[in-house]
Design a protein around this ligand. Structure first.
Ligand SMILES: NC(=O)c1ccc[n+]([C@@H]2O[C@H](COP(=O)([O-])OP(=O)(O)OC[C@H]3O[C@@H](n4cnc5c(N)ncnc54)[C@H](O)[C@@H]3O)[C@@H](O)[C@H]2O)c1
Length: 422
């Protein structure tokens, strides 16, 4: 009897193992969540990868005003290329639209998508003015569709662990939060697209475009901002209207203080760094990786003068290995974070719940960046909240610019070289 029972069990286990190793039956195409991408430039392909990596999603169409851009991206993923947004939005096999156009067009395209009943995944920043961000948020609310804004670094393991520790009170009372974006963009980057470096479509420079990721992490970690004092400058690039260097001092509403340093001048491109200090410990992230995690409850108190020099040196030698993705090449970004947000959107639709990074949460980083610009323009401390209608770039920013190098006329240069000058 016992032998028979064992055989029966072995049979059951065999069956279960076979079932687990069998590939899941493929989901019929019509049951998959259909996606459309608007904008087939640098970031569009990352959305395509993130979407097509989901077993229950399919990329239906790519729309771009440049036919070649739509055809290339659509062709790579077996999707349909389109140039007419209204035609794309009228399709009932598309439920979600990824907005991958220049930043100053996010709300315009997103509002049209929402009004057509599509859920919206919007690239960062949510838009470049609070007014536009509010229009997009309101349009999605009114249409009853979801709005997920991309800020992929929030979903890295290091940042998730840090946020959880802050929420759990493991860092104690927050005292200081600093973010540093120490990147490089060559002049060729700004020259590569008519919209780059413009107030009208980029909406800002090293903070609004590149820095927004870590501004978002800082704001998410530290909470609401009370006031900002800042200086910005356009110091190492030509033919751009926006800042390539920014420094700000932040007063957070919870009493903590902090700083923000951003640049695209730091050749050849270094890391992004987030430092959070609380009364019970401190954490440092570099390009999303935990570089230091020291909680008093875990490591115990150290001497009156902090850690020994040897311990500090040992940690310092662990730092600075390699540069973060995107530090020098904007296209060299992993699509893993995008995939997390695409996955979350699909689950949110199926489970009828809110998305992980809704519009109002993304608006916070935009407001902080605009406060930096306003402070730099006025030379004054800016108190929050920012007026939704305010936009930067209308006043010349008061910065000390480096005088352009004097160009020696070629004839004189030749004469000087002949005369033996270096
Ligand atoms: N999350 C990230 O890490 C990340 C990285 C890069 C860019 N971005 C963001 O993605 C957005 C796009 O940046 P990019 O570098 O891909 O720009 P890009 O210039 O390379 O591509 C933009 C594309 O949009 C198309 N386009 C412009 N107006 C359009 C319209 N009205 N309708 C349809 N298509 C239109 C252009 O023809 C172009 O192909 C920006 O907001 C940027 O901030 C995010």
């Amino acid at each position: 009897m016992a032998k028979k029972g064992k055989e029966k069990d072995r049979g059951k286990a065999k069956k279960a193992k076979k079932a687990a190793t069998q590939p899941m039956p493929a989901m019929p195409e019509r049951e998959k969540v259909g996606f459309g991408i608007v904008g087939g430039g640098v970031i569009g392909p990352l959305h395509a990868q993130a979407i097509t990596a989901q077993p229950d999603a399919r990329l239906v169409a790519v729309c771009d005003i440049v036919p070649g851009a739509a055809e290339k991206l659509a062709g790579d993923y077996g999707a349909e290329a389109m140039t007419d947004l209204d035609a794309m939005l009228s399709r009932d096999d598309i439920q979600v639209v990824s907005v991958c156009v220049p930043s100053g067009l996010h709300a315009e395209i997103g509002v049209r998508a929402a009004q057509a009943g599509k859920h919206v995944i919007c690239e960062k920043p949510i838009d470049i003015t609070l007014d536009a961000a509010d229009r997009l948020i309101a349009a999605c609310d009114e249409a009853g569709v979801k709005l997920q804004v991309i800020s992929q670094h929030r979903f890295g393991a290091g940042m998730q662990r840090l946020k959880q520790a802050i929420n759990d009170g493991a860092l104690g009372t927050l005292v200081m939060g600093n973010a540093e974006i120490f990147w490089y963009r060559a002049q060729a980057y700004y020259d590569s697209g008519g919209w780059r470096g413009t107030w009208a479509l980029d909406g800002g420079g090293c903070l609004m475009n590149q820095g927004v990721h870590y501004v978002d992490l800082l704001r998410w970690a530290m909470g609401p901002v009370a006031s900002v004092t800042a200086k910005v400058g356009t110091l190492a690039h030509e033919r751009i209207e926006v800042e390539d260097a920014a420094v700000a001092v932040i007063q957070f509403a919870n009493g903590a203080i902090g700083s923000l340093i951003g640049t695209t001048d730091a050749f050849p491109g270094y890391t992004c760094r987030l430092e959070i200090v609380g009364t019970e410990g401190s954490v440092i992230l570099e390009d999303g990786e935990i570089k230091a995690w020291n909680l008093k409850a875990e490591v115990g108190e150290v001497g009156a003068y902090g850690r020994s020099k040897e311990a500090k040196r040992a940690e310092a030698s662990q730092n600075g290995k390699g540069t973060g993705q995107g530090a020098a090449d904007p296209a060299a970004i992993s699509w893993g974070g995008h995939a997390v947000e695409v996955r979350d959107m699909i689950d949110a639709i199926r489970e009828e719940r809110a998305v992980a990074l809704p519009g109002p949460s993304a608006r916070d980083a935009l407001e902080l960046i605009l406060a930096v610009y306003r402070s730099a323009e006025t030379g004054r401390e800016v108190k929050m909240p920012m007026h939704p209608k305010w936009r930067p770039g209308t006043k010349k920013v008061a910065v000390v610019a480096i005088p352009p190098a004097k160009k020696t006329p070629p004839t004189r240069r030749v004469a000087a070289a002949r005369a033996g000058a270096p």
